[in-house]
Design a protein around this ligand. Structure first.
Ligand code: SF4
Length: 361
């Protein structure tokens, strides 16, 4: 099925042709996601390579440069928004308090799930596949009740806090290929707000805490995460939970630094501080991730994509990581904010009127 808008009043509305193109791209990326999920479940070694060592390493850079593209084609988003696209959603609106609670739950879920990669997911494709299916089930279920991306993509998705931190100065914005009309399901809409960041219009205590945790905690959390090896044989419960130790120590350290700095700097520099922590997080990720992808990692084959140790000199990997760090600090901190949102907001819609008409593909 494809959906087509009934009205085309402004340049912000996609033409039927553009919608068709986006639907084709979404379907293609969804199929790629389905193939990866199938591999995770039935060919775990290949699935782990495709998911953890190819798809996921690309994501942070994509969040920095064009997170809107990702949000248009993410297979999990396409899946969770299916009830809304097909007209099965009750389209309820979350209260500000509910949204804040889900935002905080997303940050906590991120900090709980990511260390489990060392204990379980990095070496277990089936477990990774089950985790993805569980997230899809939760997202689809929520989508039966709640309007557009408030059901998952802008609330409970554990990746969303990272998108909000890294996506503060995107290179380009694209049309919104999911919401046919804006129903103001989340305020502010992360997709439609210029240079959005985790503290953009925080209203509730839950939102304040989640913003504080993700901005201040993520850089140290990432640093700590890369100092834990993948466990291949967990012998005890304490060994299982030991994978949390370094990430949480790192999180506590940078969170404290952020708390101190944000309490002493002038209000007008706060945005800069958030950008600095965003750049620190994404730079730290690639500082460790690029070497491990190409055989120069701290822990032998952990996170290995292709071993180039005998092909590339060590200094070339160092040069690449220095260059990526320089780029992210330039782009996120030094570069002027370009007043772009991730996506172009579609026309506002009226909940009482039918907005879409289903057509056979
Ligand atoms: S564009 Fe409007 S309908 Fe779509 S996610 Fe944003 S607020 Fe919700």
């Amino acid at each position: 099925m494809i959906t087509q808008r009934l009205n085309y009043k402004s340049g912000d509305q996609l033409s039927a042709r553009s919608i068709l193109i986006w639907r084709i791209v979404q379907t293609a990326v969804w199929l790629v996601g389905a193939v990866i999920l199938t591999c995770l479940l039935f060919y775990p070694t290949l699935g782990v390579l495709l998911y953890w060592n190819i798809l996921i390493p690309v994501a942070p850079a994509l969040f920095v440069l064009a997170v809107g593209v990702w949000r248009n084609v993410c297979p999990l988003a396409t899946t969770t928004l299916l009830p809304r696209h097909l007209g099965f959603s009750q389209r309820r609106k979350l209260s500000v308090k509910q949204l804040g609670m889900l935002n905080l739950a997303a940050v906590i879920a991120l900090f709980v799930i990511v260390p489990l990669r060392h204990a379980l997911f990095n070496n277990n494709g089936v477990a990774t596949g089950i985790m993805i299916i569980a997230m899809a089930v939760i997202g689809v279920t929520m989508s039966f009740f709640f309007e557009w991306k408030s059901a998952w993509c802008s609330s409970l998705c554990p990746i969303h806090p990272v998108e909000k931190l890294y996506g503060g100065n995107v290179l380009f914005k694209v049309p919104n290929a999911h919401c046919d009309n804006c129903m103001k399901c989340v305020t502010p809409c992360p997709d439609s707000t210029q240079n959005v960041h985790p503290k953009s219009s925080v209203k509730t205590d839950h939102q304040k805490i989640s913003a504080f945790l993700i901005i201040g905690g993520l850089p140290g959390f990432i640093w700590g995460w890369f100092h834990v090896p993948d466990e291949t044989q967990l012998t005890s419960i304490s060994a299982f939970f030991s994978v949390y130790e370094m990430p949480l120590i790192g999180l506590a350290v940078t969170l404290t630094i952020y708390a101190v700095l944000s309490s002493i700097i002038q209000q007008r520099y706060e945005r800069k501080l958030i950008s600095f922590f965003a750049a620190s997080g994404v730079s730290c990720y690639y500082w460790f991730r690029i070497p491990s992808l190409f055989g120069f990692g701290k822990f032998a084959t952990d996170g290995l994509l292709v071993n180039l140790r005998d092909v590339m000199p060590g200094w070339s990997i160092t040069a690449i990581t220095v260059a990526t760090t320089a780029f992210f600090f330039y782009w996120l901190v030094a570069h002027k904010k370009n007043k772009k949102s991730w996506l172009i907001r579609p026309e506002f819609g009226n909940k009482d009127k039918p907005l879409v008409q289903k057509l056979s593909a």
